[in-house]
Design a binder for this molecule. Structure first.
Ligand SMILES: *Cc1c(COP(=O)(O)O)cnc(C)c1O
Length: 434
């Protein structure tokens, strides 16, 4: 097998995600043979630093011995069993541990982030219906929000390129101003701007709360919007406003959960507890598809009844897959035994001490939160994102700019010398001109 043979077969057989397949006439796929730590290897001896954590899922590197061992141990006893009417040790232990970490109650499982969003939306609506408020059927999200691509999740997503084509299939939802601090007025602080945005949420809910079931939000970073960061005061106020108007607060921590923003969950930085939390991506360390929606005991109790129809009858075939749960348990173990949040804080300080040099180039809004770094390149080139991606790849660095935003979201196992290398390569790319 070589690179070329595999990519030809892939183009003939695989429909790749988030891709206009015709683009691959001029932009080759990258066949990957193996991975080790932050590196991915192709069939011709080239290696690439996975600075996007394989689409934000990989936390502890490729070929991680501990996660591998947990999965293979689980393989010896039980790979999977139907979770309706049955249960198993990994799903119970994982639920107990996630509950302790989030302060929320029962865990409802699925396999992908978008499904976790769907579950939160359906549960919220169904809760109000069970309470005799069937008019609460609508949802509010932020401008530029991203919550997944299935029809329900896409309904609360606000990214035109993903959404516009499917508009006739989607539920109407409302979008309120994003607290992304790049949108603040000159002289307005991030906190002041966040509070101004929260006031707009307040105004909207004051008028519409009778038909609104929930407000869904990506806490602290709207990643798909281009790593749009915002002040935690927004979340604190949003919590108060949602309480005031009896609207659920759904925290979509699919991208930011599991330490990405510096705390285990981003909502911790606002000192709030959401009514629902959606988790996926990093939950298995990037090993197996798993997602989960947790909610409060109060919401759970509203479904607990003699009537079958008042129950939450949603399901997916692979709900609570034992192998995926074992990978998630190993991931949580690593967080504990290696004190990952503390180790990450040191990495963040290390890299932050060096990145100012990027400001010598035509960039703006150089920003960091936890293990996410981003900046916006000032360029007229409409093809910037693709061109920068290709040039980075040629140097062995995997970057996938979002519009003109370049970001790093490396696996947490990234070393100081690997961070140096990532920074040097990025500098060299900027020095080539944008
Ligand atoms: C990736 C993502 C999703 C969707 O998860 P999938 O596993 O891709 O379906 C939802 N919300 C956020 C914030 C995400 O980053």
């Amino acid at each position: 097998m070589n690179n070329k043979a595999l990519l030809d077969r892939s183009l003939a057989a695989v429909w790749h995600p988030c891709t206009q397949m015709k683009a691959h006439e001029t932009m080759p796929l990258v066949p990957i043979k193996s991975g080790e730590g932050v590196w991915l290897h192709d069939f011709e001896g080239n290696r690439y630093l996975d600075a996007v954590s394989s689409w934000w899922v990989n936390l502890f590197g490729h070929n991680n011995p501990r996660i591998k061992q947990a999965i293979s141990q689980q393989l010896n006893t039980l790979e999977h069993v139907i979770l309706a009417g049955f249960t198993h040790e990994p799903v119970v232990t994982l639920s107990e541990r996630l509950s302790k970490l989030t302060g929320l109650g029962h865990c409802f499982y699925a396999s992908d982030g978008a499904s976790a969003t769907e579950i939160a939306l359906k549960m919220s609506f169904h809760y109000w219906r069970n309470l005799g408020k069937p008019n609460k059927t609508r949802f509010v999200s932020l401008q530029n929000s991203y919550h997944g691509e299935t029809l329900g999740a896409l309904s609360v997503t606000d990214v035109a390129i993903f959404k516009d084509t499917y508009a006739p299939l989607l539920q109407q939802s409302a979008q309120v101003r994003s607290p992304d601090w790049r949108l603040a007025e000159v002289g307005e602080s991030a906190d002041d701007y966040a509070l101004r945005c929260a006031n707009e949420l307040d105004t909207y809910l004051a008028q519409h709360h009778q038909e609104i079931a929930a407000f869904i939000v990506e806490p602290l970073i709207q990643c798909a919007a281009g790593m749009a960061m915002y002040s935690p005061v927004y979340l604190k106020r949003a919590r108060e406003i949602c309480d005031q108007y009896q609207v659920h607060l759904i925290a979509d921590e699919i991208a930011v959960g599991f330490g990405r923003t510096g705390t285990m969950f981003a909502t911790e930085q606002a000192g709030i507890r959401p009514d629902f939390i959606c988790l996926s991506k990093g939950i298995t360390g990037g090993y197996l598809p798993l997602s989960v929606t947790l909610t409060t005991d109060m919401i759970y109790q509203a479904f607990y009844d003699d009537s079958v129809a008042r129950g939450f009858l949603h399901s997916h075939s692979y709900t609570g897959n034992a192998l995926a749960c074992s990978a998630a348990l190993a991931t949580l173990d690593i967080f504990e035994t290696d004190d990952i949040l503390q180790a990450n804080r040191q990495k963040t300080v290390y890299l932050n001490n060096k990145i100012q040099m990027l400001n010598d180039f035509p960039i703006k809004n150089l920003r960091n939160l936890g293990m996410v770094w981003a900046f916006d390149v000032q360029t007229q080139d409409a093809q910037f994102s693709r061109r920068f991606y290709e040039r980075a790849l040629a140097r062995g660095l995997i970057l996938r700019p979002i519009g003109n935003t370049v970001y790093w979201m490396p696996p947490y196992v990234v070393s100081e010398s690997e961070m140096d290398w990532m920074l040097e390569q990025t500098q060299a790319l900027l020095a080539m001109g944008v």
